[in-house]
Ligand binder design. Structure first.
Ligand SMILES: Nc1ncnc2c1ncn2[C@@H]1O[C@H](COP(=O)(O)OP(=O)(O)O)[C@@H](O)[C@H]1O
Ligand SMILES: [Mg+2]
Length: 218
């Protein structure tokens, strides 16, 4: 049962957006998906309240209790867990990475954001977890920018995910309404990007846990 940690030292990197949408994609694929919100700002929990707690479920979870809560959820049949974390919080990020099968690091493909990624990359390397940088909110049509940014993060020891989640207005509209881009515009590019990222994520986790295959091909 995959557990994915979404971490990045930078605020506004797209952590919560990625966490909610990955879990929602899993839910759309027929899994019981949960989001653990370890951010005191509780943005993911706010989104859940806006959608009157329609799935995927968001569970408010301060970092010291995260491990116990995730174990409990696994015991109760959760099939896909995503952990959203706050910025500038080494202990919360660390707690999430420790229990994750895979770590995703959202990052805007800009120089300032890329330079801030070193700390996050060091943490995942220290804890020896598979991790990828997911470029978020960049231009939709800029292959060269993604190529260069990918080379840079690979140089820091953390490869780039081949799927990007570029800037699309659908994310802003959907979030503001407590929805996902799949609900807001099912045939849109943002929804396609998220579904591709979910499929890719399952393949990555499957490579280490062998637990995702049946659901992806279903
Ligand atoms: N791919 C994207 N396209 C457009 N807007 C995005 C995208 N990803 C995130 N955003 C917007 O950027 C802002 C910050 O994203 P958020 O997920 O809250 O970041 P974090 O959790 O890292 O602070 C939000 O307003 C969100 O709607
Ligand atoms: Mg957030």
């Amino acid at each position: 049962m995959p557990t994915i940690a979404i971490i990045s030292q930078k605020g506004g990197a797209g952590k919560t957006t990625l966490a909610l949408h990955l879990a929602a994609a899993a839910q759309d694929a027929g899994r019981i998906a949960l989001i653990f919100d370890t951010d005191p700002q509780a943005t993911a929990s706010q989104w859940a309240a806006w959608r009157q707690d329609a799935p995927p479920e968001v569970i408010d979870s301060p970092p010291p209790r995260l491990c116990a809560k995730v174990e409990q959820a696994r015991g109760q049949g959760a099939e896909f867990i995503v952990i959203d974390t706050p910025p500038h919080a080494d202990s919360a990020a660390r707690a999430a990475v420790e229990i994750a099968d895979l770590v995703l690091i959202p990052c805007r493909p800009s120089a300032f954001d890329l330079s801030a990624i070193r700390t996050t990359a060091k943490l995942v390397q220290l804890l020896r977890k598979p991790a990828f940088v997911v470029f978020t909110a960049g231009s939709p049509n800029a292959p060269r920018i993604y190529q260069e940014a990918g080379d840079l993060v690979a140089g820091l020891g953390t490869p780039a995910c081949p799927i990007q989640i570029p800037d699309r207005a659908a994310f802003r509209h959907a979030s503001a309404e407590g929805r996902t881009v799949m609900e807001f515009e099912p045939g849109g590019k943002a929804a396609d990007d998220i579904r591709s990222l979910y499929t890719w994520t399952c393949r990555q986790v499957d490579a280490s846990t062998k637990s995702c295959k049946a659901k992806v091909s279903a």
